[in-house]
Design a protein around this ligand. Structure first.
Ligand code: RNT
Ligand code: ZN
Length: 419
């Protein structure tokens, strides 16, 4: 028996003493896909033109060498990352990653054909995909307004883009035999105090209705909308606030996207899940890590992350919540950033699945809050790491820092050779 197996056998007994079945936990975990975002690999640049730098309050900082410059490089990097993460996951793609060959195709004219390589590649890996219109980093978004713009032609342009994206989403879902979540996020807002908060919101409501007017097969495409409290350059007012999208998602029965970095710093989206799931059909998560005014640091195994995962498990929400990631850091190895964040997401889910739920709930029902707190704290030092290492081996992923060795090799042989 290897050291990892021996440690696992011991851990299994320790958990069993609390009534927790580690095998069952790993079995559930294997079936939870995490939708890994493509945009960590190239600093949210995309392939439309030479080096457009994301605006709309989205900013990747740092200049670590090795950014993916072509679709093929990005796919290679993503595959590398996937090979170092246990389990089978998904890819979340943005419209600005279209492959249009030598011709320039307007965002409002994009079709599934421009994503053929992505879809074929995802199919060959046997993974699902999710999709996003790109309503930023574009001349027609230069005023900071898109779907809520006062200019009818600008508004129509972004409506057309979002409609095109829903069709692309449906095309992806159909091709892969697995529904694609198409998530709309727009940057619209003001740096300083608006004189009119109402009109842009009325326009956004109408634009979204136009975007979502056509019913698409939910087996192929699922629609989602993402709120935000503030962004860089939209500190005073964001049209698509939480209240706006909560109301919108409830009334139109679409998916609500909760990004962990899009609320007040003391708010946690873990606490929001059980509320919003009473009123919206499904939720999409953008798991991220806000640090002061940045909403997109690499995900780590923080209390906030553990709370998200434990809420998914405790409130039986795994089949109504799509777990996606949204972070970008250009100051460290980008492939490692994916691996760190995604492994942490999976770890948090495993910790949540290893919780003696019934026992904790029992204490709570009896009003024994002392035991509830005592048990919660004891659980923190159970040998979770032994189960995690075993899970990694079972899934053919490296254990411990061994994955970093592979990153170093990849950096030496591939990333450092990029100009
Ligand atoms: C921006 C939103 C949005 C983007 C991605 C690139 O604040 O979080 O989800 O990060 O679409
Ligand atoms: Zn997001």
């Amino acid at each position: 028996m290897s050291g990892i197996e021996a440690a696992y056998e011991q851990a299994k007994e320790r958990y069993a003493a609390y009534g927790v079945d580690t095998e069952k936990a790993m079995d559930v975990l294997r079936r939870i896909p995490v939708s890994m975002h493509c945009w960590q690999g190239d600093d949210v640049v995309g392939f439309e033109s030479a080096g457009s730098i994301a605006d709309g309050g989205i900013m990747a900082t740092g200049n670590y060498p090795g950014r993916a410059r072509t679709p093929q490089e990005l796919r290679n990097d993503i595959e590398k990352a996937f090979s170092l993460i246990p389990g089978k996951h998904r890819l979340n793609l943005h419209a600005c990653y279209a492959e249009t060959g030598r011709v320039k195709v307007d965002r409002s004219q994009l079709t599934i054909e421009h994503f053929g390589n992505w879809v074929t590649w995802a199919g060959s890996l046997g993974i699902g995909m999710d999709f996003n219109p790109t309503c930023f980093a574009h001349p027609k978004a230069a005023t900071g307004f898109t779907l809520a713009s006062a200019d009818v032609s600008i508004r129509q342009y972004w409506i057309d883009h979002c409609i095109a994206c829903r069709h692309i989403g449906a095309g992806i879902g159909k091709a892969l035999g697995n529904p694609c979540v198409t998530n709309i996020w727009i940057p619209d807002g003001y740096k300083d105090m608006p004189a009119d908060r109402k009109s842009p919101r009325e326009r956004l409501e109408r634009s979204l209705d136009a975007v979502l007017a056509e019913r698409l097969n939910p087996a192929w495409n699922l629609d989602s909308v993402e709120c935000k409290l503030f962004g860089i350059g939209s500190e005073s007012y964001v049209v698509g606030s939480h209240e706006f999208y909560m109301g919108y998602a409830v009334s139109r029965k679409v998916i609500l996207c909760l990004d962990a970095g899009h609320f007040h710093p003391t708010e946690e989206i873990g606490d929001k899940l059980s509320s919003v799931l009473l009123f919206v059909p499904e939720v999409l998560l953008h798991v991220s890590r806000g640090v002061r005014w940045d909403s997109d640091h690499v995900v780590i195994l923080s209390d906030a992350l553990e709370n998200i995962a434990s809420e998914l498990v405790r409130s039986d929400a795994l089949d109504r919540v799509h777990v996606g990631l949204d972070f970008f850091d250009a100051s460290i190895n980008r492939v490692a950033a994916w691996v760190i964040g995604t492994r942490c997401m999976v770890k948090a889910l495993l910790i949540a699945l290893l919780e003696p739920r019934e026992q904790l709930r029992g204490y709570e029902e009896e009003g024994d809050f002392t035991s509830r707190l005592a048990l919660m704290e004891e659980l923190k030092t159970l040998p979770f790491g032994a189960v995690w290492d075993y899970y990694c081996t079972q899934q053919g992923a490296p254990v411990g820092m061994a994955w970093m060795d592979e990153i170093k090799t990849y950096e030496r042989n591939v990333l450092s050779r990029r100009g």
